[in-house]
Design a protein around this ligand. Structure first.
Ligand code: MLT
Length: 306
């Protein structure tokens, strides 16, 4: 009988799908790397979110493994080279949490524009600092979207609803698609120079690592606000800290960090910096979508090879 291990917290509906399709399923969340290595040999499929690290050592021990399914988008926690070398297919669910992540980016943009977290803390501390929190409207501002794939395109749509002017940098964005989205396609330097708000929606690759560094920030408008709900490492945290402290960057919001879990960051405590703990996909709707999608995809692959 085909056997699947769910090793991260997924909606229980994923296990139901496997069972309904005649697949034996075990759910074991919170395994240590050694524990995972000791049992992975029993399984044909592995369903994960971001906590399980599928390392070369895990893959070496995975003698029956045919497929890894990531309930979510980024497969940074899977060693793709090692998986390919062993003939293990790696799948993700590229659409299941796109709306949720895009909505989080918009929420973070509002939070940074109106200093909502700091105003909340101050108000609940009984300070009533009405004159301290002067914000910025989003209306008629230019939003620079770096990366116009599934999530970036939804951000574009929502920002247009807020009456922002949207420009986008994405080497893979065709002129036709840009036209359909109603965005102006620009080069990175033009985006940096023109944007009032910048939001990142690209994966972390050798090309994108540190795309927002001191040199890039120097090309931005004074007063720019920067939102990162994509991946830590796209923004050089030490450079952003300097720019926030000097006031060149008026506000920044990050859901992702160079090191996660981010128990500490140079950005913590910097004025006008808003942080959330990688909540981009954390809605009930998105988690159900990605769990159902990954279970269907893994079942299809294991049962039919499709
Ligand atoms: C993703 O890659 O799907 C998101 O970053 C969400 C997550 O990792 O939980």
């Amino acid at each position: 009988m085909v056997k699947v291990l769910i090793s991260d917290k997924l909606s229980p509906k994923a296990a139901d799908i496997f069972r309904n399709r005649g697949i034996e399923v075990d759910t074991k969340v919170g395994l240590s790397p050694e524990e995972l290595i000791s049992i992975i040999g029993e399984y044909d499929g592995l369903a994960i979110r971001s906590a399980t690290k599928v390392t070369p050592e895990v893959l070496e021990a995975a003698t029956n493994l045919k497929v890894v399914g990531r309930a979510g988008i980024g497969v940074d926690n899977v060693n793709i080279d090692a998986a390919s070398g062993k003939g293990v297919v790696v799948m993700n669910t590229p659409h299941g949490n796109s709306i949720t992540t895009a909505e989080h980016a918009i929420a973070m943009m509002f939070a940074a524009a109106r200093q909502i977290p700091e105003a909340n803390a101050s108000t609940q501390a009984g300070k009533w600092e009405k004159s301290r929190f002067m914000g910025s409207e989003l209306n008629a501002k230019t939003l620079g979207v770096i990366g116009c794939g599934n999530i970036g395109a939804i951000v574009v749509d929502r920002a247009q609803g807020l009456k922002m002017k949207v420009i986008a940098f994405d080497p893979f964005l065709s002129p036709e698609r840009a036209n359909d989205l109603g965005v102006e396609k620009v080069e990175l330097d033009a985006l940096l120079a023109r944007a009032d708000f910048i939001t990142l929606h690209v994966p972390l690759t050798d090309q994108t690592r540190g795309i927002i560094n001191a040199e890039a920030i120097a090309k931005t408008k004074k007063g720019v606000r920067i939102i990162n709900c994509a991946r830590g490492g796209l923004v050089v945290e030490a450079d952003l800290k300097v720019a926030l402290e000097s006031g060149h960057v008026a506000g920044a919001a990050s859901d992702v960090f160079e090191v996660e879990p981010a128990k500490d960051s140079v950005l913590f405590g910097v004025p006008n910096f808003v942080a959330t703990p990688h909540l981009g996909a954390s809605t009930a709707e998105a988690q159900e979508n990605v769990a159902l999608q990954v279970a269907e995809q893994l079942s299809d692959y294991l049962l039919t090879g499709a």
